[in-house]
Design a protein around this ligand. Sequence first.
Ligand SMILES: Nc1nc2c(c(=O)[nH]1)N[C@H]1C(S)=C(S)[C@@H](COP(=O)(O)O)O[C@H]1N2
Ligand SMILES: [Mo]
Length: 235
Amino acid sequence: MLVEPEPPVPSERPSEVRLGRATFLGVTAVGLSSLVWGRSAWETAARVFPNAFGDALPPPTSGWRIYTVAATMPDLDPKTFRLELAGEIERPLSLSLADLRSLPRARQVSDFECVTGWKVEDVRWEGVRLGDVLEPAGVRPAGRALAFVSAEEPYLDSLTLDQALLQDTMLAWDMDGRPLTRPHGSPLRLVVPQMYGYKSVKWVRRIVVTPEPVLGYWEQRGYDTDAWIGRSNGA
Ligand SMILES: Nc1nc2c(c(=O)[nH]1)N[C@H]1C(S)=C(S)[C@@H](COP(=O)(O)O)O[C@H]1N2
Ligand SMILES: [Mo]
């Protein structure tokens, strides 16, 4: 049950032709024949794997609704973009996209679900795991959570360190094999497949390591801080 009205929807991408899950799997199975698909193998919301997707480029996912809280979307230049790391860390860092790309590459296929009921299946993401981003910064013992601050003020949300280090939580710059578009949070967004979409902060520009999770934008408006899909927000 929702305790709050549906988030405002200032803009929505025109719907695209919906291609079924079968089509997607049919295309990718060619390049991923040795891969074990399915929830049972991974016991997470995502199919996480280290290697390239192969040559086939499946069509982009559809069914997204573009959510924003400010009047205009941030327009961040990937060439000058910096991700700032601050708070309970040994070394504050300012990372360019090239810096992030030099870290171990993370790729996965996962579903994306909004607390208001819509869901997009089989989204392909590419980016980095939080553990690899945090490692050079050195999280201090007092640091137990992360606040993800969006360039779209005042949007932010948080995760515990454990939630940030889940196998399928990531910072993504590619979606469906293409650079993130501006409506989806270019150049960098958080992706938390095991939680409802409000955790997946778009236009992330600052990560602050904190002792406790800070209340996110929607959490200040009544949504649960632990946004587990199927196990929160009255589900
Ligand atoms: N900066 C920012 N990030 C955000 C939001 C937002 O309004 N602003 N909405 C959240 C919600 S409620 C959802 S469901 C997803 C939607 O992702 P999309 O806009 O890429 O479809 O983004 C999340 N991240
Ligand atoms: Mo959402």
